[in-house]
Design a protein around this ligand. Structure first.
Ligand code: SAM
Length: 221
């Protein structure tokens, strides 16, 4: 099992390519102090989200699953001044920690953090008829992934990216004997995306400090 090596390489990548300012060490420390689970994306993954958002010139980002605002901040930096990240978090305590982290990173003006169950709050976002999103990052409760994907698709412009984290789950996605909620949620997502003619998609496995998992990446046609 390679986990130790994966972590070492993530540290190496971080040291080589991610500046101290980008790395948000204070956010990760504040999350740990507040007892939040360390289930944020890794620094290299956060930078990947940032680079993808920059590459498509994203100005409006939808995020489902804020936790302590770590990925939110990577995305907020990408949208630039005047850009917006609308992010949903069900846990009021997580949201409180995220608000403080986002403020410390100077990103409050770019972040619209909404507290509550995302699936119940997305209809309101839809009814607001705001500008379409350029990128969506889905990283919350996994059984709802297919439903979140539907909303992200509805609210996104052609050319937008929809990225979903944790779709491999240490291989459980492709192991028929795995029937936990996460594996079933991941498979339901793959089925929904495969049947959706309005996107083209792939998934990539990831290894690193966060173990063996993967991102699904879809582009709205
Ligand atoms: N994206 C974050 C990052 O990389 O820094 C990590 C998000 S963490 C994996 C998942 C978060 O989704 C948790 O904070 C959890 O409370 C939140 N969550 C779970 N169910 C939710 C729901 N129904 N609506 C909104 N947020 C939810």
């Amino acid at each position: 099992f390679e986990e130790k090596g994966w972590r070492r390489v993530d540290d190496y990548i971080g040291a080589a390519l991610i500046s101290k300012e980008e790395a948000q060490e204070e956010t990760l420390a504040a999350n740990a102090r507040a007892g939040l689970p360390a289930i944020d994306v890794s620094p290299p993954q956060g930078k990947l989200l940032h680079l993808l958002a920059c590459a498509i010139g994203a100005r409006r980002v939808l995020e489902i699953g804020t936790l302590g605002g770590y990925s939110t901040t990577w995305l907020a930096r990408a949208v630039g001044e005047g850009g917006k990240v609308v992010t949903f978090e069900v846990d009021a305590r997580h949201a409180e920690v995220a608000r403080a982290n986002i403020a410390r990173e100077g990103m409050s003006a770019r972040v619209d953090l909404r507290v509550g169950p995302a699936l119940e709050m997305l209809p309101l976002l839809e009814s607001e008829r705001g500008q379409a999103f350029d990128l969506a990052f889905i990283d919350a409760d996994k059984p709802n992934n297919a439903a979140y994907f539907d909303y992200a698709l509805k609210l996104s412009r052609p050319g937008a990216l929809i990225i979903v984290d944790n779709v491999v789950r240490e291989g459980a996605v492709a192991d028929a004997s795995a029937t936990d909620d996460g594996a079933l949620g991941a498979r339901a997502l793959f089925d929904a995306v495969a049947a959706e003619g309005r996107v083209e998609a792939t998934a990539v496995q990831t290894v690193g400090a966060k173990g063996w998992d993967g991102f699904l990446i879809a582009r709205v046609k």
